[in-house]
Design a protein around this ligand. Structure first.
Ligand code: CTP
Ligand code: CA
Length: 224
């Protein structure tokens, strides 16, 4: 009985997770998006559920799914839809892990008809989307809030700035410079940075194992 409970360290915990890209419509047939596969977020969701958590997974357009009974999948398309779902569920959660590659900008107007080709240049005016993670950081009570940082330069410094600015408890730095890392493949190389700016580098490994590393780190912090 005791060993069984030990194996489910997230039992009774509610975890909010975001995953995948967002698509920002330009017209009825086009959008601005990115190459995020959602694999990292789905791996975290399934691993957390396997550790006993009740998971709400808010995912942008992805080609993967989950049949884990403790993962409730909420599919969204745009950054705004993802924002609304996160706001709705955050207050009931104990842990939030935002791994989605949310679009930073979206077209100011969405054309109601397909934009036709002309001889002239086409300019699409973009406005900023709302920062979901920063908003949760502002509203945080006793939730443990985790963000990701995707950097190509000044990685550690930029990640630490995000950690502080968005009021996070932990940031997962995802280096696009390392081989075997990034948001398309099956492996990842991360460095975890805690609130005290302490760095914990991990080696390149499958995303399922990275998910476990991240969750074990969070569980240790919750017990500390
Ligand atoms: N994020 C979010 N909502 C946004 C933009 C980002 O929730 N509108 C979250 C991401 O899910 C990630 C973290 O913020 O957990 C950092 O995302 P990233 O793109 O690395 O940083 P930005 O703050 O958007 O800054 P920049 O893209 O300029 O580096
Ligand atoms: Ca961004």
């Amino acid at each position: 009985e005791k060993d069984l409970l030990k194996a489910l360290p997230l039992r009774g915990k509610k975890v909010l997770i975001t995953a995948g890209p967002t698509y920002e419509a330009i017209d009825p047939v086009r959008f601005i998006g990115n190459h995020s596969s959602g694999k990292m977020g789905f791996a975290i969701a399934e691993t957390a559920a396997g550790l006993g958590a009740e998971v709400i997974l808010v995912a942008g357009p992805v080609n993967i799914g989950t049949d884990h009974p403790n993962v409730k999948l909420l599919s969204v398309t745009s950054a705004e839809e993802m924002f609304n779902e996160c706001i709705e569920h955050f207050s009931n959660c104990d842990i939030a892990i935002l791994s989605a590659a949310v679009a930073d900008y979206r077209p100011v107007v969405v054309a109601s008809e397909k934009i036709k080709k002309k001889d002239s240049e086409l300019h699409i005016k973009l406005e900023k989307t709302r920062d979901i993670l920063a908003t949760l950081g502002e509203r945080k009570k006793d939730q443990f809030l985790v963000g990701f940082a995707l950097e190509t330069e000044n990685e550690l410094e930029n990640a630490k700035t995000k950690l502080k600015k968005k009021n996070l408890d932990l940031i997962v730095l995802n280096s696009l410079r390392d081989k075997g890392a990034g948001f398309k493949g099956d492996t990842n190389k991360v460095t975890l940075i805690d609130k005290d700016n302490k760095e914990y580098p991990f080696s390149v490994k499958p995303k399922t194992e990275v998910a476990r590393d991240i969750l074990e780190f969070i569980i240790e912090k919750l017990h500390a």
